[in-house]
Write a protein that binds this ligand. Structure first.
Ligand code: SF4
Length: 728
């Protein structure tokens, strides 16, 4: 088994890394100054920074910093890419570059374009780039365009872009969360009438039990581990449900706590390793155990939950053998977990893409949420449901209406205030737009950040679909694979300021529904880099006649925020934030009382069916996952410090399976799915036999396009695969 270089996650290695990156970025003091500035962290949606200062969270805890935040910050502090770079590297060569190499190329400092037949990118004037993009949009039938956003952008830019799109006449508007947490949004929307976290950060401080399912926050949201360690220190319990035994979910050294730095801290009490894709069986088994132990909160269920009887009858009626056989856990493991859940009085459920990236993603989340309902843990302080969101403003982008449909009250307000049509049928979602692109039915697309190409399953299909688009315009800070593989017949890259380089303040929403104000203020790299809001307004000026929505005045961020306050439900407090500097929780999202945003005010429990997913003889359950050295599709390092792998073209498997197949570590092996084969090398990790893991997004090359019908989220996990020895 590859031995990680560290015995616990975090610790000295994280500090040393930050120090090194600081030197690379032009000096540790310079990096520290950028990190401490009053801007929201650019990386994950846990959130820190804003008006309390960088490295401070909403509970005033300091220092809130991690390797991820350092990586994103130093990435933005890179030197600008020169014009000669684009002369020296033809597009065919750039197509062979890895995500890591793209990210390390530097900051994009002037617009570049590519036209079908060109061998290289060429510098282009801003006016020409915007004129061509606007002309392509103006000429296109309104149902043959697509507006996409990542979670990097500000609320202000996202709100303006979706408003532009609706005013222009399309609803093909969607964001990157469709491919990660759409299943959570759908499940939570059904359950409590609101699609985001039901709790706030301080609820984690009151809980005495946490279930962390299908998530690896040690790698992806490192400061969340502090909350888990603190929960345990209070005498509470952490249960992890994850097929892979992750070092950072076992032991972590918290750099800001001396004792933890020296001795390390245990993160979890009980670690359940079910088969990939079998979470519903695990959660049903736990529910069955709770029911049989009489550990269900009947008074809560009777008063605050509709549909419970069917859920409990289903769990009780499913035989133990069926559930245990499906998940691969033992009855003793389930009993231990049931005992701990039954003994706790306030519990929180946390999950990420280990639950959502399946054809049964919504059902997975529903099954976990049912456990919380059983204990009366939704709608109480110190309790609740927390989807661990990815990019720092992915939730805000959704709140701003960067979705094919918006909530009734929001849509009605858009129509009343600005005569912009917003009620009625939805546009295409992200995957729907990809299918339309494949069919040659997308004439123009505008991407507000992100890397949609690499975020898709079936990379060859993804590239081919995007390359059928007539005009593609990417608004971006740095290069990524999508800018090369996802290029339309006419293609522009438009360079914009990072959040902390904005000349005016911007806002971002965390996974706890907390809205931060970022001051901006740092100088962008020299060049022709513009503000995102300015770019959107420039497009609007070219595309739209003057109308009730005053785009001409919207280069003023306070004006944008006044418009947001007028129409976005729960965002009323944003109106004066530029002046008051008062950050806030979005109204109506956090439930500390069991009165929910459903028509009846009750939670709506539903029965999640057991999936039929089963490997046949010789098949494995394959999942894709991310490494400690990456964030979303951006790869910062080939090494995965916590799993001990040093390259990304690996298939991670159990030693027992390797022995059975006569495979040794680092031996070349082909992973074969219905989509194709990929030559990688074997690496051994602690995962149950019969299961495999490979790195996202590279392994998307062999991930077939299977979609959760409830949410539209692609299944990047629970893929059936075979292993073939290279040359066999
Ligand atoms: S955990 Fe997330 S929000 Fe906190 S410092 Fe790290 S990347 Fe930033």
């Amino acid at each position: 088994m590859p031995k990680p270089r560290v015995s616990a996650a975090g610790g000295v290695a994280a500090l040393a890394y930050a120090w090194k990156k600081g030197r690379d970025a032009g000096g540790v003091a310079k990096l520290y100054k950028r990190m401490r500035a009053r801007n929201a962290c650019k990386t994950c949606a846990l959130g820190m920074g804003g008006q309390r200062g960088g490295m401070v969270n909403e509970e005033r805890s300091f220092p809130e910093v991690c390797k991820k935040s350092v990586q994103a910050q130093t990435g933005d502090m890179q030197a600008p890419i020169s014009e000669s770079f684009f002369r020296e590297h033809p597009i065919r060569e750039l197509e062979t570059w890895s995500s890591l190499r793209m990210e390390a190329a530097g900051r994009l400092a002037f617009p570049v374009s590519w036209t079908a037949g060109d061998t290289h990118f060429h510098r282009i004037r801003w006016d020409a780039a915007l004129d061509r993009t606007a002309r392509a949009l103006a000429d296109a039938p309104r149902d043959q365009v697509f507006f996409y956003s990542s979670g990097r952008s500000s609320n202000e830019a996202a709100f303006l872009m979706q408003t532009l799109a609706r005013a222009y006449g399309t609803r093909n508007i969607h964001n990157c969360s469709h491919y990660c947490h759409q299943a959570s949004g759908v499940a939570l929307g059904r359950l409590v009438g609101s699609g985001t976290s039901t709790l706030s950060l301080d609820d984690l401080d009151q809980a005495d039990l946490a279930i962390v399912a299908g998530a690896n926050p040690a790698s992806n949201h490192p400061r969340l581990i502090v909350k888990l360690v603190e929960l345990r220190a209070r005498g509470g319990t952490v249960i992890v449900v994850n097929p892979v035994k992750e070092l950072g979910l076992v032991r972590f050294r918290i750099p800001s706590r001396l004792g933890s730095m020296l001795a390390g801290s245990d993160v979890s009490d009980l670690y359940l390793q079910p088969h990939v894709g079998s979470d519903i069986a695990v959660f049903k088994a736990l529910l069955k155990g709770l029911a049989e132990e009489g550990a269900i909160d009947r008074a809560y269920l009777a008063t605050h939950v509709d549909g419970w009887d069917a859920v409990e009858a289903d769990a009780r009626g499913t035989p133990w053998e069926t559930l245990l056989e499906a998940c691969g856990l033992t009855r003793a493991e389930i009993d231990r977990a049931v005992e701990k859940i039954a003994a706790a009085s306030r519990g929180v459920m946390l999950w990420a893409m280990g639950l959502t990236h399946h054809e049964h993603g919504v059902a997975n989340v529903t099954a976990l949420a049912n456990l919380a309902l059983a204990r009366g843990w939704v709608g109480r302080e110190g309790c609740g449901l927390l989807p661990i969101r990815g990019h720092s403003n992915v939730q805000g982008v959704g709140s701003m209406g960067f979705t094919p449909a918006i909530k009734d009250a929001f849509a009605k307000a858009m129509e009343d205030a600005y005569q912009i049509p917003a009620t009625g049928s939805p546009g295409l979602d992200t995957y729907g737009c990809m299918l339309a692109a494949e069919a040659g039915r997308i004439r123009a697309a505008v991407f507000l950040g992100g890397n949609l190409f690499a975020s898709n399953p079936d990379r060859a299909w993804s590239a081919a679909a995007l390359q059928k688009i007539g005009t593609t315009a990417y608004i971006t800070t740095k290069l990524n694979e999508g800018h090369v593989h996802g290029r339309g017949a006419f293609h522009v890259l438009l360079p914009v300021r990072a959040r902390d380089e904005e000349a005016q303040s911007t806002t971002q929403e965390s996974m706890f529904n907390y809205v931060r104000l970022s001051d901006g203020g740092e100088a962008p790299p020299p060049g022709e880099i513009r503000s995102e809001v300015e770019v959107v307004c420039s497009l609007a000026a070219r595309l739209l006649p003057p109308g009730p929505f005053p785009f001409a005045t919207m280069t003023d961020h306070d004006a944008v925020r006044r418009a947001i306050a007028r129409v976005v439900p729960g965002y009323e407090e944003i109106e004066t934030i530029g002046e008051s500097r008062r950050e806030f929780h979005v109204a109506g999202r956090v439930f500390h009382e069991p009165h929910f945003a459903t028509p009846s005010g009750k939670a709506r429990a539903t029965v999640p069916p057991l999936p039929s997913f089963r490997p046949s003889e010789g098949e494995f359950r394959l999942m894709t996952l991310r490494s400690e050295g990456q964030f979303n599709t951006v790869v910062y390092e080939d090494e995965d410090l916590y799993r001990g792998t040093t390259r990304r073209d690996v298939v991670m498997m159990s030693e027992a399976d390797a022995r059975r197949l006569g495979l040794s570590e680092d031996e070349p092996v082909d992973v074969v799915t219905v989509l194709g084969r990929m030559r990688v090398v074997a690496a051994f990790i602690d995962i149950p036999p019969g299961n495999l893991a490979m790195y996202y997004p590279e392994a998307n090359a062999i991930v077939p396009r299977r979609i959760d019908r409830d949410s539209g989220t692609p299944a990047f996990k629970s893929v059936l695969a075979r292993l073939e020895r290279a040359g066999a």
